[in-house]
Write a protein that binds this ligand. Sequence first.
Ligand code: FRU
Length: 447
Amino acid sequence: MFRRSLILLIGFWIGSKFFSEAINVTNSRYRQNYHIIAPTGWLNDPNGLSYFNGNYHVFFQYDPTSSNGGGPKQWGHVTSTDLVNWKYTQPTIALAPDQSYDVGGVWTGSAVNNNGELTAIYTGLHNNTGEQLVNIATSTDGVTFTKYSGNPVVPTQPIDGTNQFRDPKVWKYNGVWYMVVGNQSKKNHGRTVLYQSDDLRQWTYLGPLADEPDNRVGSMWECPNFFYINGKHVLFMGTDVERDGDHFANQGLNVYFIGDFNYETKVFSHAVDFYELDNGHDFYAAQMFQDPKNRTILFAWMNSFGTNFEEMQDGWAHTLTVPRQLRLSSDGSRVQMIPVDELTLLRGTEYINSPIEIEGHDLRLYYDKQTGKLVLERTKDVRQVDMGSIMQLNLRIFLDQSSIEVFANDGNVTMSSRYYKDPIPTITLFAEYGVANVEFQAFRLNN
Ligand code: FRU
């Protein structure tokens, strides 16, 4: 009897711990129509971006039990055949925190196709020790995952760093697996460390790939991504940089370095300067992957810290960006982002052929001819970017129920921001001061 009640008790404890109730969405006024959001509750970083068995896979940091991210994180999961129409997989939770090495949270990571096995490489937060270590889980159907019995596959943090050690991003080069992980040096500055493996299970530490001894690029680098594009190597990560005029205005942002990587010496020689990936109010924890069409595609979490996200009172929080294709500017000095071509599939009725009246000025996007800056103003909170000397301004603007994404001059500048207006305000597009030639085209987008 005692035994049975003990088992029942343990069962109840496990049940309440791992299957706590999902929160309800109480109001859908800010729910996004064509962006990836959580069914209910909290979403943060995009994880495990991949193409496997005919589907695009996007996993995301997920806490279905709260809209403030208070519970341990899991991996939520959506798939799509075209990067536009997404559906939640069943079950929607791909990886739950149910092992000693990840019970504090199944944190950010990546996914690769390893000979027909979709392998997730993720951060496990050990609740008791607070350690962040690398684990893997595999799937043959792309939906159900089995955690590897030999986890954690990186059982200790690098000896020359602190225990801030997370967000493994894996790729293959010449038959060898490589992995970058976000870390902090013993002097408390952000850095990215590099590993190598033949089988995704045994990893060798190769040392720092990049770090910044003087702390000018933040005290911790989260979600590093390292890839080859148009003849160069790019490293981007999430961090915190002291504001410098128009630059680094958000608390939490993605910055990048461009350089050359030598696989023999494992040295990444990069330019001293670093830049923001996006100049809007909300953009963080971006992740990229290479798709079968050889495109480099990125999703990010539309977030900045210290911002009030109004949907949190409605039982959910946060959205990912639309998928963007990356490339380098023709002089090789900047990363550009353009919306993936497939997004035109969303186009419904074309409904604009003349400017319409605007109601209120909560959100204003304009090009300031005096300063040469593109300005996005959200309730007086300004983000602006110097566009350089331009003869023409070309804007693609994606509006959803509570977000705006602006792609200026073919991805030279992008600005991503959340905004709140219920109902969505009328939109006005206009040009003044004798602009020679203006063309507008607008579409209602399908859900
Ligand atoms: C970035 C981040 C990652 C971590 C995850 C936890 O937003 O802090 O470094 O793995 O979120 O949810």
